[in-house]
Structure formats: structure tokens, C-alpha cells
Unconditional design. Structure first.
Lengths: 217, 217
DNA sequence: AATAAATGTTAGATTAATCTAACATTTTAA
DNA sequence: TTAAAATGTTAGATTAATCTAACATTTATT
């Protein structure tokens, strides 16, 4: 983990990288309210630390290592925002500033408990997705399989449980992340769902299971 | 508000000042894990800012301004610890480190909500008293008047409510902080308490009132 | 294509917080 | 009561993050 300043650069670079086009030194300087040479020198430092890849006059690109770090900070920021709104009953407009401070708290225990207290939420109060402990982000357009319409064909984008037992269960049903599946039938009385998997076989998934499988339309 | 480093110096100086004897440069250096000259130079800086008073080779003394700042940080630290234990269910042994980070969060709204969420607690998980918003500390040996024994003579050490209405009420009963009073009778059915005030007059105080008056034995 | 505008880099200074080495004062104790 | 030990200060160096001024490269525009 780097300094507070480094964390702010990494988070900002990551956010800019999601927008179309290269991440430029001037964009970064503007976002961080510093002058251009300040950015150049910090980028060199982050480059030595392998958080970004950089060659003079070319744009700034994040490495996998940098992305991982960025997602960890963003996770903390968004969990903090949701916590401030849901638990401390602060307004969603006023929480950003406080979350900017809380995102630098270094304690996995702290953030995992907040995650738990909030029921492992998928999005912050602004609807932005919250990366999980491993930096996995459930796309904003994803929904739990339990909410997919009968007849729709969807792609498994994520599972919100990493337990071996759960993953083994999915394997035994012939399911994997990335698979395209079709929703055949939804049982009202117990919330179970019948689907057709990649191998065109029909299987039944319980309510507990379809709640934990997230899909993209 | 000063830098994070300044806040740590101020908090540490305050804590050392509660122990008997002068606060020395070497004590501070040891507590903060820095060398002596580092302390000397920071003390000079804090002295310019009127947080401490200092003359070379004499000890370090806190000013009122410094104490106020220290109590604000300590309040945040202790609220954070209690929050971590009570709400996030972390162990009391592990919360100190996280609280060291949270105490630097700059947001009154944040801490006042936590205070509220915890029910305006008087002590942290270690039994250390939590200063209120105004830096007032209820001594560890204080108890609410509602818990004092009949026949005991006690001194009013604090009131946990600053509303004019409440303070006017106390005035009308001839009560002030610092007054020595005697508990005459406690009514079981409504929690009211009869006391004898400084002027040897007997008065009845309701449950709501005796809950908010803290006394020392 | 030549040049002006925009963008990026280098060099060197500044500030906060730290350090080491050398010196000064105060306290302890022989 | 003076020498040794402990404690504190000053001077000057270092590192992180920032700045301004000067220079370099890239992009846009006539």
C-alpha cells in the first residue's frame, strides 16, 4: 500500500481510464488540482512501483496491479458511502467528502464487517457498483438470476459467494461464469428456477442459489 | 485543525500531561517513535500555533486551545472504539489500531451521528471516559444521580444536557455544578429522587432530570 | 507543410517531517 | 562540588509532494 497521495492518484487514474480515450497528464492534473509537473513526477514514481505503465508523451495506462489497488480503494469508498447513508442516516449528497477520508482506512477487518453489516450490497447510494473483496465488480446492468424473466437468455456474470460448496454445486449443474443460459420456468411457491444450460440440459436451481448468481441480459 | 502529525503530537502530549510530572521531550519522542530533535522542532511549531507553551529546557505545557483540540481527538478515538466494538462487533483488543486512523476523520456530522447511534455513551470499551462535543469529560468515578444511594452525600460533577430549559430548571431548584447534595429518598414507581441542596432545602427531581445529572461520591 | 497552440518534461526551489552529528544544559552521583 | 550521565537544542541533510520557469513534443490550424 502506498501513501495517501499515491492512493488518490491511483483511484483517479482508474476512474479516468473508464472514460473513453487515453488518460492524459493534464486531465489528471485538473482532477487532482495540482500542476502538470507534479503529475509527471508522481507518474514516474507509480511507474517504478508498477502501478501504471508510462512512456514520456504517451498516455498513462494502469497495470493489473494498479487496477487491483484502485478497486480496493473504490470498494472502501463505496462501502463507506452506503454505510454513512444506511446506518448513520446521513444524506447521500453529503457522504462523498467523508467517504474520501474513510477510503484510506487500512483495515480489511473493518471493511469486511461493514460489508457484512450492510448485507454484502452490490451498489452504493449513487447506484455505482461495489467491488467485492477480490476486486470483482458486478456490472451495473447485472441482476440476480432470481429476477430474470422466464424465456430470457442471459449470461452468468458473477456469483456472490466464494464457498467451495457453492461453487462445487454450480459445477455439478454444469454452470460456470460466462455461460449463456435460458430461464425456462420460475416456481412461485419456493422461488426455485429451472434453466437450460450451455449443454442444452435442463436443471433446477433453488432460491438460495439463484439469489447468488448474477446475470447480464 | 492541524496536520495528521500535529494531531498525533497534541493527543500524545495531552495523554502524558495527565500523568504526574512534567511532559518531557524524551518521553514524547519515545511515545511517538521519533528522535529528540524531531520533537523539539515540532514543539516549536505547536508553540507558534499556541497549542502548547514552551521555553527551551523547560517541560512542555498545553494551552487551553491545545487541550480543547486534544479532547476533540480523544472524543473521536473513543467513540470510534466503542462503535467498532458495539456496532461492528470487533474485539476490544483489536480496535485501537483502527481507531487511531478514524480519529483523524474530519467531520462533526459523522461523529455526532455515531455518538447518537451509540446512545451518547459516557465511556469507551476500555472504560475510558468519552469527552462530549464541548470537550467536557465526565469523570470515570461519576455516576448518574439516579444511581446514587439514599443517604449518600455527593457532588454534582456534570450534566449531560446543555439545553437552556434544562439548565433553567436546575437553577430554579437551586442546583449548580460543583454543589454538594444529599440523597434523601428515591421513589421506586417513577424514578424520581428527593435531595437536599446546598441551602439545606429539600427538592424533588424527576427521573428525566436525575438521569442527566452526574455526581461524584 | 509551417507555425501556433496545447500538452508534457526537466531543472531547480519550497515546505513538512524526519534524520544524524555536534554542541549545550541540567541532573545525578562519585 | 565537580565530573559523568542524561536530556535537550542547533545545524544541516534527506524524502515526499508540491511549485514555477524554461524547454520539448505533439496536435491543430492556417
Amino acid at each position: 500500500m502506498g501513501s495517501l497521495t499515491e492512493e488518490n492518484y491511483i483511484k483517479t487514474i482508474y476512474n479516468l481510464s473508464l472514460e473513453p480515450g487515453e488518460v492524459s497528464v493534464s486531465e489528471l492534473a485538473k482532477k487532482l488540482s495540482v500542476k502538470l509537473p507534479t503529475v509527471t513526477s508522481m507518474i514516474k514514481k507509480l511507474s517504478v512501483k508498477k502501478m501504471v505503465s508510462y512512456a514520456p508523451y504517451q498516455g498513462i495506462k494502469m497495470t493489473e496491479k494498479g487496477k487491483k489497488e484502485a478497486l480496493s480503494i473504490i470498494r472502501k469508498h463505496r462501502l463507506a458511502e452506503l454505510f454513512l447513508v444506511k446506518i448513520l442516516k446521513l444524506g447521500w449528497e453529503e457522504v462523498h467528502e467523508i467517504a474520501e477520508q474513510l477510503e484510506h482506512v487500512n483495515s480489511d477487518r473493518f471493511y469486511n464487517r461493514i460489508d457484512e453489516l450492510l448485507g454484502f450490497p452490490k451498489a452504493d447510494p449513487h447506484g455505482e457498483p461495489i467491488p467485492d473483496v477480490n476486486g470483482k465488480v458486478v456490472s451495473q446492468k447485472s441482476i440476480p438470476l432470481s429476477q430474470a424473466n422466464v424465456g430470457s437468455s442471459v449470461k452468468i456474470s458473477a456469483v456472490t459467494n466464494d464457498e467451495k460448496l457453492f461453487l462445487d454445486h454450480l459445477n455439478s449443474k454444469g454452470l460456470q461464469i460466462g455461460d449463456q443460459i435460458t430461464v425456462k420456468k420460475k416456481e412461485e411457491f419456493d422461488g426455485s428456477v429451472s434453466i437450460i444450460n450451455k449443454s442444452r440440459k435442463e436443471t433446477m436451481l433453488s432460491h438460495q442459489v439463484v439469489e447468488k448468481i448474477w446475470v447480464e441480459l
